[in-house]
Design a protein around this ligand. Structure first.
Ligand SMILES: Nc1ncnc2c1ncn2[C@@H]1O[C@H](COP(=O)(O)OP(=O)(O)OP(=O)(O)O)[C@@H](O)[C@H]1O
Ligand SMILES: [Mg+2]
Length: 320
């Protein structure tokens, strides 16, 4: 009955404290074979730090990371052939042409067949003839993409892969990821781009200040019928009375079905109430006893949900 689920990437309680609250703390998640896992978070949240540990470049202070069942640290050359890594910052060795760099990366992985390399160059429209140091930002990124994928690795670890690519190339990249997903690849993708995460990922974790603050199935966003209702009251006493009817939540939860109040603005006698469509009859009839000035609804998208972590809006409890 069914195949056993295997975790190809495992992060258990990973902690690296750089001091002054910087670093990553008790980060735990797994990426299953064939899964595309999105890793989202604002600048400095800890995405690259986590990924560097997964790649074995850095030793955890606490906890462990494993890749293909092997402890990451100390085993880089054992898993190198099966893992394509695209770093967040591309640093290419100086004094090489693009071709020479690709040759070097191919040799490192004992690559003899150039079919895939040619396909990738064509697809990403890259001519690697010139010297790497004279390449544009986008070409450097493309060169790193080709180098990471040319041996058709089983696991792809991509740290903000589309930064520096123009919109057309971003789309080419997203399409490529979708195909790789269909071919059964296991992918970890860190990103700031909602569209690429929404288009490709099965599961998403949000990291902030070094800690995972939210983890959910991408389907819960795609099919979500959760809404935020903006309600502005005419009368202060009615506004105050209404506030007592629903619970007020500041918690960021993933699944809450009952309506509750997200945000209150006493000055303008307005609030934002969260509600799932199926529970709408628990919210709207309540309003019939009140004089309402404005009433509007907004679907909660991944972008809305994610933006609250950027804005540091402590009162907003966006929820799926
Ligand atoms: N080697 C290091 N020494 C000290 N602090 C570090 C080191 N590497 C990262 N940090 C700090 O750890 C935190 C997490 O950084 P990290 O690069 O992992 O963030 P990120 O989520 O990848 O951000 P971005 O979206 O900007 O790429 C930051 O505060 C950063 O300054
Ligand atoms: Mg980073």
């Amino acid at each position: 009955m069914g195949t056993k689920e295997i975790n190809l990437i495992e992060v258990d309680d990973l902690t690296k404290d750089y001091g002054h609250g910087r670093g990553v703390f008790d980060v735990t998640f797994n990426v299953k074979e064939g899964e595309v896992f999105g890793f989202l978070g604002p600048n400095g949240a800890g995405k690259s730090t986590t990924i560097r540990h997964i790649m074995g470049f850095s030793k955890p202070q606490k906890g462990q990371t494993r890749i293909l069942g092997m402890e990451s640290f100390g085993n880089y050359f054992r898993f190198l052939g099966d893992v394509g890594y695209l770093p967040g910052e591309i640093v290419l060795p100086e004094g090489l042409t693009g071709w020479e760099f690709l040759q070097m990366m191919g040799d490192l992985r004992n690559l003899h067949d150039n079919t895939r390399l040619k396909m990738l160059l064509e697809r990403f429209k890259l001519n690697p003839k010139g010297e790497t140091k004279r390449m544009s930002l986008g070409d450097k990124r493309k060169l790193a993409i080709v180098a990471a994928f040319m041996n058709d690795p089983k696991v792809l670890i991509l740290d903000e892969p589309t930064s520096g690519l123009d919109p057309v190339m971003q789309q080419v990249f997203i399409d490529y990821i979708k195909e790789e997903k269909k071919r059964g690849k296991t992918i970890l993708l860190s990103s700031h781009m909602f569209n690429e995460v929404e288009a490709t990922c099965d599961r998403i974790a949000i990291i902030k200040d070094g800690r995972i603050v939210s983890m959910f199935d991408a389907n819960s966003i795609k099919h979500n019928e959760n809404k935020n209702f903006f309600i502005k009251f005419k009368k202060k006493d009615e506004f105050d009375k209404f506030l007592k009817l629903l619970p007020v939540s500041k918690k960021r939860k993933i699944k809450v079905s009952k309506p509750y109040i997200n945000k209150i603005d006493k000055n303008s006698k307005s609030l934002i109430a969260y509600c799932n469509d199926k529970d709408i009859n628990q919210l709207v009839p309540l309003l019939s006893d009140y004089q309402i000035e404005t009433f509007s609804e907004n679907k909660v998208t991944l972008q809305d949900y994610f933006m609250q972590f950027y804005r540091e809006d402590k009162n907003f409890g966006g929820v799926f």
